[in-house]
Design a protein around this ligand. Structure first.
Ligand code: G6D
Length: 341
């Protein structure tokens, strides 16, 4: 197990965690951005399975949120406003009249303090950020700790903890785009996904949840038996079309487990979370022609599993809330583990 560091553009630091089987995860202190994840294929060949810019300077803007920690609230907050105990809060509308992924002062663009740790079978980094009261319009002084851990069982674990001195809202995630083919050899259209989910949140034409839970049975959103992403990308289902021909939806998870397989490489990724759901985004609107590590971006180059509580709960009662009481500890975990078939 080892940790290496290197200075990159803007005096950012890139850390690389490597385990005893040579799996490695690289990330920046800026935005906690995951820049590389080297995972073996069935022949044992290590290849990068995440989308990342070749020129790190492009992370200054990062409109696709490649690899980034997202907060204070992942997803879209309708009309950039919410109410807590009868008081209305106005956030920065950074996508039309709505608020996306924490807005222009979001956690994807802050410099996190870092502190390494190591045990016999784990190596990792704690990342710290303090978001002041009224940061981007959110109430409460919020202290956040995110822990990135790589184990010798080829698991990459993200632990999220936060505490606020006032009642507030919070829903943290990581916005890594995965492509298990390795080094961008293929798109994710033939990736097979399995998840135990009966309902997804219906979206309107601005990708804002309508508050209606849509039964997945008999639709391209039913992943209970496994399904290629291509089926939703090519489907005529109105919800696949509204998302830009693919998926960009919040799936309510029964057991918090997602399995993703790429037949060509033999890579299998299992995602295990204690979040109530996940936005699966198949990069339908990813800008084409970006110079990424390993190749050029195109539609469906990657798939995101943004585990989170849904901000739609601020406007609809059908979902678990994302409120955090003063002094209450926010604690969430998502594990990405890798095997081969
Ligand atoms: C698009 O709608 C999608 C979001 O879900 C995603 O996070 C973003 O691109 C990067 O806006």
């Amino acid at each position: 197990m080892q940790l290496t560091t290197r200075k990159t553009v803007n005096q950012w630091t890139e850390y690389t965690l490597t385990n005893d089987h040579d799996m490695s995860v690289s990330f920046l202190d800026f935005g906690g951005i995951i820049t590389k994840m080297m995972v073996p294929n069935r022949e044992g060949k290590l290849e990068n399975i995440v989308l990342s810019y070749e020129d790190y300077k492009q992370y200054e803007d990062n409109p696709n949120y490649f690899g980034a920690l997202i907060g204070r609230v992942a997803g879209r907050i309708e009309k950039a406003s919410f109410e807590l105990d009868g008081k209305e809060y106005l956030l920065i509308p950074n996508e039309g009249k709505h608020h996306l992924h924490g807005g222009t002062t979001g956690f994807h663009q802050v410099l996190w303090e870092t502190k390494p740790f190591q045990t016999e079978n784990e190596i990792g980094m704690k990342l710290f950020h303090s978001s002041p009261d009224n940061d981007g319009g959110y109430p409460g002084n919020l202290d956040v700790t995110v822990k990135y851990t790589l184990t010798n069982d080829n698991e990459f674990i993200i632990d999220y903890e936060a505490v606020s001195d006032q009642k507030t809202i919070i829903s943290l995630t990581n916005h890594t785009y995965f492509n298990l083919s390795g080094n961008l050899k293929d798109t994710v259209e033939q990736h097979v996904v399995m998840m135990d989910c009966e309902e997804v949140l219906e979206l309107d034409h601005e990708l804002i949840p309508t508050g209606k839970l849509m039964e997945v049975k008999g639709t391209p959103f039913d992943f209970s038996q496994g399904r290629t992403l291509a089926e939703g990308i090519q489907s005529e289902h109105p919800q696949n079309i509204i998302a830009g021909n693919g998926y960009d939806h919040y799936f309510l998870l029964n057991d918090g487990t997602i399995v993703v397989k790429d037949e060509s490489s033999g890579r299998v990724m299992k995602v295990k979370t204690n979040q109530p759901g996940v936005v699966m985004y198949t990069s339908n609107t990813l800008e084409e022609g970006l110079q990424l590590q390993g190749g050029i971006s195109k539609q469906y180059s990657g798939v995101c599993f943004e585990t989170q509580g849904s901000p739609a709960s601020l406007h609809h009662t059908v979902l678990p809330e994302i409120t955090l009481q003063a002094g209450e500890k926010y604690q969430k975990q998502t594990i990405f583990s890798f095997q081969n078939e």
